[in-house]
Design a protein around this ligand. Sequence first.
Ligand code: ADE
Ligand code: ZN
Length: 317
Amino acid sequence: MTTYDWLNRLPKAELHLHLEGSLEPELLFALAERNGVALPWADVETLRKAYAFNNLQEFLDLYYQGAAVLRTEQDFYDLTWAYLQRCKAQNVVHTEPFYDPQTHTDRGIPFEVALTGIDQALKDGREQLGISSGLILSFLRHLPEEAAFRTLEQAMPYREAFFAVGLDSSEMGHPPSKFQRVFDKARSEGFLTVAHAGEEGPPEYIWEALDLLKVSRIDHGVRAAEDPRLIDRLIDEQIPLTVCPLSNTKLCVFDDMSQHNILQLLEQGVKVTVNSDDPAYFGGYVTENFMALHDALGMTEAQAERLARNSLEARLA
Ligand code: ADE
Ligand code: ZN
């Protein structure tokens, strides 16, 4: 058996995946055609060539542009179903994907359109593919607090469709503290919380996510390594980090995979997991992320098994 096959067969959970980031160029073009949306790229190859980023913001600019082809409930169903097929092929037995309601409501798509399509696909995934799941509704942190409050309000009639709220988009200059009140409200309504922190932002943002947003997991969190006291806390409290190796190298958080700190964190006792973030844009799904750690860092079988076990233990839904 090849290493790839062995990694592929390991039972895994995926805990950091943006559904909009699983929109493959082929489906993006097909949906543009179906919906009569004009695209600035001539074809799939031209679009793929545009997937070269120097930082998070350069990626986000393209990611929001790509999401504009998603217009109908069927589009969101097809997007989610395609992702679940990837899960099936890679033995991802459980997934907790994010979606960004504001990316769609801000361009005039009614709130329920995206959520209904995604929810139906996740239900079918449970019944037809045996993949358990829980959806995380993520707020865009570059937008104001009031916009997040409005989004939470719009979501309340559909509260059974998601179990947690998250925080994503441009990290620098948008600390978790900006959303303390909205997260208080979400928790009072019974939702769990997670947040992107310490991807590009400093360790202080991770402290804020823990202390102010009371998160159950940190998304990314790789910059925690700069703060020994924070590392001690993550270990003591066994707070999971949803790390995304290919994302981190594509967005230049690390210059090269050989510089990535995930295995050091694992050996220190931090509960790290491997995830794909935006696989259509970053060159692979979960197995490709594991494979990159094998190729660049010499990840052992025992380490891969611990990373996979961590992902199953860090599930919240
Ligand atoms: N939205 C989609 N992917 C993201 C990432 N890696 N960081 C922040 N926001 C995101
Ligand atoms: Zn992310």
